[in-house]
Design a protein around this ligand. Sequence first.
Ligand code: PEP
Length: 255
Amino acid sequence: MGRAMRRPIIAGNWKLNNTISEAVALTTALKSLVTHCTGVEIIVAPTFTALAAIGDVIKDSNVLLAAQDVYWEDSGAFTGEVSAPMLKDVGCDYVIIGHSERRQYFGETNESVNQKVKAALSHDLKPIICVGEQLEDRERGRTDTVIENHITGGIADLSAAELLSSVIAYEPVWAIGTGKTATPAQAQEVHSLIRKLLTDAYSDEVASQIRIQYGGSVKPENAAELMAQPDVDGALVGGASLQAESFAEIVKNSI
Ligand code: PEP
């Protein structure tokens, strides 16, 4: 299966931004700008507090809902956490897991990523599993080792069917929020490495169906050339997803 058979997937990670009313206004504007965008999956990931309101706004539209994190237990004495059944209940289809900011500031590890991925899948939530090297890793020639470590740790023990319900997001940490985008060739090189790792761990058939997003300063101006790479199937967008117009442009430039 080639790139043409994998449906592009563009997700906006709003991080710690937007009150409920701001989030509703942003989503309402986005929804009308992308009404006619078919053949691409469009996802927004607001904060937990805005999920229910955004779930209402996107009902019966082509925009899907994601959370930015999930805990692996379903319920219990885990103050401050939100579980997969709760995210499903509020209308999420996807959940971002292992974002580099969570790894960097909140102690996320490959093990916790893997537990969260399994919890999400067991409740029919599709994980967007983030992997990516730091600048220092790249400069020391350790990019491949870090990516292999994040991939093997994050997807440990998943069946082929579970993997096929997952999305991988390659986000070089040095490109997130910095305005420095990986070149299309740099992105392609790592995406193709990820596909090779999945081929070795599963099969060519499985690896060729998995969608791999690129993330790191994606903007309307660079989305098309990134998406033109044979193993780039979409984008995980931070800053540029906070404006309806720029996010909609990225969606349009990815089809
Ligand atoms: C992100 O946080 O996932 C991201 C890619 O951010 P930005 O687009 O702002 O670099």
